[in-house]
Design a protein around this ligand. Structure first.
Ligand SMILES: [Fe+2]
Ligand SMILES: [Fe+2]
Length: 253
């Protein structure tokens, strides 16, 4: 189908085509997504593809992903963009039961948000940046620092080097120099213990029988996360584009 005519005629035609939108759109992959598969460069972007009759590069919501509200909240992102949030909920529940402060509970609840909905590499840094405009500075600082602290034991609070990391990375793994430097800085910081508590309450093995639910944290999130009224991604904050990209990861431009 070739769509021509006025803007409104084209809009109508596009509406019709939406019924079969999975066939209408041309999907591309970003350089980062391809690098995760060991390949370089973007793919599926050639101009010859756009010559396919009735086909358009995707420039909006990806119909293969769950649709999101127009003004999405933090919980919407977890609901529609995460495969599971059990790890976060279990960690936050552990902190809650231990009587931790709301800042620590929030930090535990969001500490691996990057793993859950964005990027795994350097997840502590990405996660902290993503939420920085919306939480207390101490919370985002703690999430950023947990990236490094997780690799360094603190016996004073019963945090050994995780056994699991020996299995995951081998007994001879040594954290990168920038992580060692970050650890040295963080251990003398006034908020060290907030970040350290993330590692203490980090649950390394998921308990399938544990009952964890978002309802237990709605009030804490309400008090500790400044949800923008325009929706995350549309409040013109320095990180709004990051939320928009999570919402529409395959948008052509
Ligand atoms: Fe983490
Ligand atoms: Fe974690």
């Amino acid at each position: 189908m070739v769509i021509t005519g006025s803007i409104s005629e084209r809009a109508d035609a596009l509406e019709l085509a939406k019924s079969d939108e999975l066939d209408v759109f041309l999907y591309t992959k970003s350089a980062l997504a391809n690098m995760e598969d060991g390949k370089l460069g973007t793919s599926g972007t050639g101009s010859e593809r756009a010559m396919e009759p009735g086909k358009f590069f995707l420039i909006g919501d990806d119909p293969r992903l769950p649709q999101m509200p127009t003004k999405p909240t933090l919980l919407d992102f977890f609901k529609f963009r995460a495969r599971s949030t059990n790890h976060l909920l279990q960690s936050a529940t552990h902190a809650l039961k231990a009587g931790m402060s709301e800042k620590v509970i929030m930090a535990c609840l969001l500490h691996d948000i990057a793993n859950a909905i964005f990027i795994k590499s350097d997840h502590g840094y990405w996660g902290a940046q993503l939420i920085e405009p919306y939480v207390d500075e101490e919370v985002s600082w703690a999430i950023r620092a947990h990236q490094a602290l997780r690799f360094f034991p603190d016996e004073s609070v019963g945090y050994p080097y995780p056994e699991l990391y020996i299995k995951y990375f081998g007994a001879h793994y040594e954290p990168d120099e920038y992580l060692k430097a970050e650890y040295e800085c963080a251990r003398n910081h006034k908020w060290y213990m907030t970040s350290r508590m993330i590692t203490v309450h980090d649950i390394y093995s998921f308990d399938p029988n544990a009952v964890v639910k978002w309802e237990d944290f709605v009030d804490i999130v309400g008090r500790n996360f400044r949800q923008p009224k325009e929706g995350l991604g549309y409040d013109n904050s320095p990180v709004a584009h990051m939320w928009r990209t999570i919402r529409r990861p395959t948008k052509y431009l």
